[in-house]
Ligand binder design. Structure first.
Ligand SMILES: *Cc1c(COP(=O)(O)O)cnc(C)c1O
Length: 234
């Protein structure tokens, strides 16, 4: 099958599942944005997705993300770029030059580096606080739930060039994702009490996006269900 047909078919199937989950859980379909995670796939795939109507794409690595963004921008393809991966502080400045949303802010030092980069780039970057609910693996990205408010305070008070957009999580591996997504929604409700614009709840991937929609996700990040199994596993 042509790559274009394959992507069109997969995308339509995912969009239909998103719509179905919305109906099932009393959500309006326009409350949920599909972010197609294109990491490891070529810019040509991203261009096809844009032609098929995709508006939001996700990448998890610098410089791969920036290279693709530049290539597509040069070809006149306008997309919203979401950086969803772990980010080293020394790469934060470079990422602020092309990312519209960074989903993986999990420490004050990174927030401050993103703020400096955003100011230098003369842009605004929406930042999400990545929350980690896995108590068994201390190596995972994300702040524990009890540290969200402190990091939000840093973003609001010390990072005037960033917009605190909300929260994000990756469900703990091999566990029922529902409790994590439910907890993330509570954290989001708490956060929006003090930062009303921080409405984004980024949760759910190929395996669990319907569960995330049931628990209030506003952004689902779907890679493999649209693009296929990644050539390089990560
Ligand atoms: C790769 C990735 C996704 C997409 O995962 P799939 O299983 O391919 O749908 C979503 N979120 C993050 C943070 C990722 O790194």
């Amino acid at each position: 099958m042509e790559r274009r047909d394959e992507l069109a078919q997969n995308l339509a199937a995912v969009q239909q599942r998103v719509a179905q989950a919305c109906v099932q859980h009393g959500r309006s379909p326009d409350e949920v944005t599909l972010v197609v995670v294109t990491k490891t796939w070529p810019a040509s795939d991203v261009a096809i997705l844009a032609e098929l109507g995709v508006t939001d794409v996700g990448e998890n690595r610098h410089p791969e993300a920036g290279d693709k963004q530049r290539e597509l921008a040069a070809a006149g393809v306008d997309l919203r770029w979401h950086f969803v991966g772990g980010l080293q502080t020394n790469k934060a400045g470079a990422v602020t030059r092309y990312a519209d949303v960074v989903h993986s802010v999990d420490r004050p030092k990174l927030a401050r580096a993103l703020d400096r980069g955003t100011e230098a780039a003369g842009r605004t970057v929406r930042c999400l606080i990545q929350v980690d609910f896995d108590t068994t693996d201390p190596g995972r990205a994300g702040v524990p739930p009890q540290d969200v408010q402190a990091l939000a305070d840093v973003l609001v008070r010390e990072c005037p060039h960033l917009e605190l957009g909300g929260v994000m999580t990756v469900a703990p591996l091999g566990q029922d994702p529902a409790p994590s997504f439910a907890h993330l929604r509570e954290i989001s409700a708490e956060l929006t009490r003090t930062v009303p614009s921080a409405t984004t709840i980024s949760a759910g991937m190929s395996e669990d996006f319907e569960v995330a929609i049931a628990h209030g996700a506003t952004h689902v990040r779907v890679g493999r269900s649209v693009l296929g199994q990644r050539p390089v596993l990560q």
